[in-house]
Unconditional design. Structure first.
Length: 194
């Protein structure tokens, strides 16, 4: 499992990081044009395809069977690796190549804001600038961009790809049938006493 998680996490992290670096470069080269946020989210979803592939690979390594818990934990670990790589790459880009990101981003956002929303958006951008003064806040904000998507997709892919061992399922079914008959017999005898 360890190799599957690490391999898929690194591949997903590379995809999302390459797109992030490209978008940061685009913003520095074209300060008047706001990059399309949809591209960023598409890159995150492409990176999180590796959650699906990792769970599927883990299921194949277990002879075609994987429980929901194992599938979810595999996906969650892959998601965590992708998210950590994303955060580390952003910290490197931000501190070494784009230290005025919040200033440029704020100017770009305010330039494209409707006049009636300008006051609220200015307050929001000022709050973001304050957040970006703390490395801890940068890490948390960047992590919150990507990790919740990975968490939801880990849950979804875990549900889709989980597959129990059929012999265990038959045993569990047999146990349930026996227990249900036993409980029904007790209920009938208990009710007949009254």
């Amino acid at each position: 499992m360890k190799n599957i998680v690490i391999k898929n996490g690194i591949l997903g992290g590379l995809i999302v990081s390459i797109v992030m670096i490209s978008m940061a470069y685009y913003m520095t080269a074209n300060p008047d044009n706001e990059p399309n946020a949809v591209i960023g989210f598409i890159s995150m979803f492409l990176a999180f395809i590796f959650i699906f592939l990792g769970i599927k690979e883990q299921r194949a390594a277990n002879n075609g069977f994987i429980s929901f818990g194992k599938a979810f934990s595999t996906g969650l670990l892959i998601s965590l690796i992708i998210s950590v790589i994303y955060v580390i790459v952003w910290l490197i880009v931000y501190y070494n190549f784009f230290p005025d990101f919040m200033e440029k981003y704020s100017q770009m956002v305010l330039k494209n804001t409707k006049p009636e929303d300008l006051t609220a958006k200015t307050a929001e951008m000022n709050q973001m600038k304050e957040y970006y003064k703390s490395p801890i806040m940068i890490i948390l904000l960047t992590l919150m961009e990507i990790f919740p998507i990975g968490l939801v997709l880990s849950l979804l892919f875990g549900l889709i790809l989980s597959k129990k061992n059929s012999s265990l399922s038959k045993q569990n079914h047999l146990i349930n049938v026996v227990l249900n008959r036993f409980i029904n017999a007790i209920n009938r005898n208990y009710i007949s006493l009254f």
